[in-house]
Design a protein around this ligand. Structure first.
Ligand SMILES: Nc1ncnc2c1ncn2[C@@H]1O[C@H](COP(=O)(O)OP(=O)(O)OP(=O)(O)O)[C@@H](O)[C@H]1O
Ligand SMILES: [Mg+2]
Length: 292
């Protein structure tokens, strides 16, 4: 019996239902590759041009979880000898508009530094640079970067150039993450594409990698009977319903586990998969508009 199965055997149905909804990190080839690259960037020697990356995928396909995983693997600490604070990775969400002032505020907030509304932009910028260095930040992560790319092409590039110069001035590598809109913004500018190496998290397709992912999910299902998720009809049905997005795969397995527990079926098969209340992502908006 695996450790997980052993833990499960003492849980009540209610606890197993709660366990179905609990997030558990699952590593896969692309996530390992990106985490390795982030580690490389974190340890990159200070240079005039720090390398940055742009992590791109469809929405709900694992970007934020990778950033979060890296943050958890690189916890802040205080150096015992000199008492210095080390925050190896700093996570912020991009401001909803391409506004330099707001970006600095978000970084200051993440560092628990005070924000003075009337502070001049140059002072604010130098305070951000100073604090990032003082707290020994080695990798800055800016998520939801597509938000700031809603403006004109010109505005987008201006903002990306602000991020680029922040990396130049602090000598800190930056990981930006966002949807394909972000990729299109840098893709038209050779200067930017050289400074933000794109990493694209592909949608899941029917192959060996996908089977491996399902096997990993299978191992953490809180069910009493074995579900054969990699059986071709089952795995194809999960892929079809999820449209190849890891967030949807995980949602389908969560709903299926709950139904399997409540119905006493105790395993996920086609009957359970067809019984859950789930709409294929691309059909959701259409259904919403019918309801309205
Ligand atoms: N490595 C993983 N292990 C297990 N589940 C995962 C993993 N990555 C993603 N998921 C599941 O997919 C969901 C969506 O992932 P995430 O929030 O990272 O997507 P995203 O690409 O950041 O989406 P968005 O562009 O909308 O912000 C997670 O809440 C989680 O349920
Ligand atoms: Mg996200």
């Amino acid at each position: 019996m695996s450790d997980f199965a052993e833990k499960l055997s003492v849980l009540s149905d209610q606890e197993r239902i709660a366990s179905s909804s609990k997030f558990r990190w699952i590593g896969y080839t692309q996530s390992d590759e990106i985490l390795k690259k982030m580690e490389f960037l974190k340890n990159y020697p200070t240079s005039l041009r720090m390398p940055n990356i742009l992590l791109v995928s469809d929405s709900n396909n694992g970007k934020t979880r990778i950033l979060d995983r890296f943050e958890k693997l690189n916890k802040s600490y205080i150096n015992d000898i000199n008492g210095e604070l080390h925050i190896p990775t700093l996570y912020v969400e991009a401001p909803v508009e391409p506004d330099e002032r707001r970006l600095y505020n978000l970084i200051l907030e993440a560092l628990f530094a005070p924000i003075n509304a009337s502070e001049r932009i140059e002072i604010r910028q130098s305070r951000v640079i100073h604090l990032l260095k003082k707290t020994n930040v080695k990798l800055l992560m800016i998520d939801e970067i597509h938000h700031v790319l809603a403006g004109t092409m010109n505005k987008q590039r201006t903002f990306l150039n602000i991020i680029k110069s922040l990396s130049n001035n602090t000598k800190i590598s930056i990981v930006c993450a966002g949807t394909k809109a972000a990729f299109n913004a840098i893709n038209t500018d050779t200067q930017l594409i050289n400074r933000f190496e794109p990493y694209i998290l592909d949608n899941w397709v029917y192959n060996n990698e996908y089977s491996k992912l399902l096997k990993s999910f299978e191992q953490i299902l809180p069910l009493k009977k074995k579900s054969d998720l990699t059986e071709s009809n089952i795995s194809k049905q999960i892929l079809f319903k999820s449209e190849g997005l890891i967030g949807e795969i995980s949602k389908i397995l969560e709903l299926s586990s709950i139904l399997a527990i409540n119905s006493g079926h105790e395993k996920i098969d086609l009957e359970i998969l067809n019984g859950i209340r789930f709409t294929v992502p691309s059909k959701r908006n259409r259904e919403d508009s019918i309801l309205r």
